[in-house]
Design a protein around this ligand. Structure first.
Ligand code: 13P
Length: 335
C-alpha cells in the first residue's frame, strides 16, 4: 500500500459525522496528578488497569473513532493478554500515539515554550506502527500574557508542528496537529481570538512550506474562550468567536477539527461543542472532539481505583461519549 493510500484509509476510519477521539495519552506526571485527585497511586499496574477498563467499555466504538495512547500503553495488555491497541481496534477505534516529549522554555522568547522530540522521530514512528499505531499527536503550547506569544514563539512552534507532521506523513502515519492556546489568565475572549488566529495562521503557513498534505491530517485546536480567571462565556459567544477564527485560518482541505477540552468542565465542553455545531452553517470540516479531561473526569470519579467500580467507570465514559456525539451533530440538550 502506498503511504498516501494508507493515510487516506486512516482518515476514512477516523473521520465521520457522529464520532470523536478519546485522548488517553497523559504523560506519567499528568496521569499521576489525575490519579492523585481520586487518591490512587500511579503504578504501572493501576495505569494498565484503568486504561484497559476504558478501552473495553462495551459499544465505545459507537461514539469514539480514535484513541490517543501514551507510549507505555502501546506495550500493555489486558488481563487476558490482548494488547490494548488491539482491544481498541476490535471496537473499530483506531489506535494512535502521542509522540512529542513535552515542552520547555524557548530560549530568546521569554514566556514562550517549545516542544521536544523530533530527533529520531521517523524511527520511533516505524516502531509504533509495528505495534498498531496509525496516527500520532504532537502538542505545542502557547500562553497568553501581555507579551506572549511572541513572534518568535509563533514561528518556532509552527515550524516544529510542520516538521513533525511532514515526518509522520512520510511514514504513513496521520498527524494530529495540536497548537494549544492555554486558558490560564485574565484575558478576555477577544484577546484569545486574536492569539488563536495568529497561532493558526502561522501553523498553516508552516504546514504549507513543509508540503504537508492537508487532506491527510487532523487539527486539534483550542476553542476560543476567555481566560479562566476572568469568567465563563456563554456557549453562543464561544461558538461565534471560535467559528470566526477557524473560518479565517483553516483551509477547507482539512477533513476534521477535533477540539481539546483544555480545562473546561465536561458539561461545559459538551455545551460549547454543541453550540459550535448549531452555528456552523456551511463550515467545510467535521467539528468534533479529542477530549482528555472532559471525557475522562466522570469515569475517573466513578472508578476511584476500585475494580468493583470498573463497570460504573465504563458507563460514565460511554455516557459522556454519547453526549458529545450528540453535540458534534448539534443535537445535544442540556441534562
Ligand atoms: P484535554 O482535553 O484534557 O485538554 O486533553 C487533550 C489533550 O490531548 C491535550 O494534549
Amino acid at each position: 500500500m502506498s503511504t498516501t493510500t494508507e493515510l487516506q484509509q486512516t482518515i476514512i476510519d477516523m473521520v465521520d459525522n457522529t464520532r470523536g477521539i478519546l485522548a488517553a495519552d497523559e504523560s506519567s506526571p499528568t496521569i499521576a496528578k489525575r490519579f492523585a485527585a481520586i487518591s490512587v497511586e500511579s503504578t504501572e499496574e493501576n495505569r494498565r488497569h484503568y486504561r484497559s477498563t476504558l478501552l473495553s467499555t462495551p459499544d465505545l466504538g459507537q461514539y469514539i473513532s480514535g484513541v490517543i495512547l501514551f507510549e507505555e500503553t502501546l506495550d500493555q495488555k489486558t488481563s487476558d493478554g490482548t494488547p490494548l491497541a488491539e482491544l481498541a481496534r476490535k471496537q473499530s477505534i483506531v489506535p494512535g500515539i502521542k509522540v512529542d516529549k513535552g515542552k520547555g522554555p524557548l530560549p530568546g522568547a521569554p514566556g514562550d515554550s517549545i516542544t521536544y522530540g523530533l530527533d529520531g522521530l521517523a524511527e520511533r514512528l516505524e516502531g509504533y506502527k509495528a505495534q498498531g499505531a496509525r496516527f500520532a499527536k504532537w502538542r505545542e503550547v502557547y500562553s497568553i500574557t501581555a507579551t506572549n506569544p511572541t513572534q518568535l514563539g509563533l514561528d518556532a512552534n509552527a515550524e516544529m508542528l510542520a516538521r513533525y507532521a511532514a515526518v509522520c506523513q512520510s511514514t504513513g502515519i496521520v498527524p494530529i496537529v495540536e497548537p494549544e492556546v492555554l486558558m490560564d489568565g485574565k484575558h478576555d475572549i477577544a484577546r484569545c481570538a486574536v492569539v488563536t488566529e495568529n497561532v493558526l495562521h502561522s501553523v498553516f503557513h508552516a504546514l504549507h512550506k513543509h508540503h504537508v498534505s492537508l487532506e491527510h491530517m487532523i487539527l486539534k485546536p483550542n476553542m476560543v474562550l476567555p481566560g479562566i480567571d476572568l469568567r465563563t462565556a456563554d456557549p453562543e459567544e464561544v461558538a461565534t468567536e471560535t467559528l470566526k477564527v477557524i473560518r479565517r485560518t483553516v483551509p477547507a482541505a482539512v477533513p476534521s477539527l477535533n477540539f481539546l477540552s483544555g480545562g473546561q468542565g465536561p458539561e461545559e465542553a459538551t455545551r460549547n461543542l454543541n453550540a459550535i455545531n448549531q452555528l456552523r452553517g456551511s463550515a467545510p470540516w467535521q467539528l468534533s472532539i479529542s477530549y482528555g479531561r472532559a471525557l475522562q473526569q466522570p469515569a475517573l470519579h466513578a472508578w476511584q481505583g476500585k475494580t468493583e467500580n470498573d463497570a460504573a467507570a465504563q458507563q460514565a465514559l460511554l455516557n459522556r461519549a454519547r453526549l458529545n456525539s450528540l453535540a458534534r451533530q448539534g443535537k445535544y440538550e442540556s441534562e
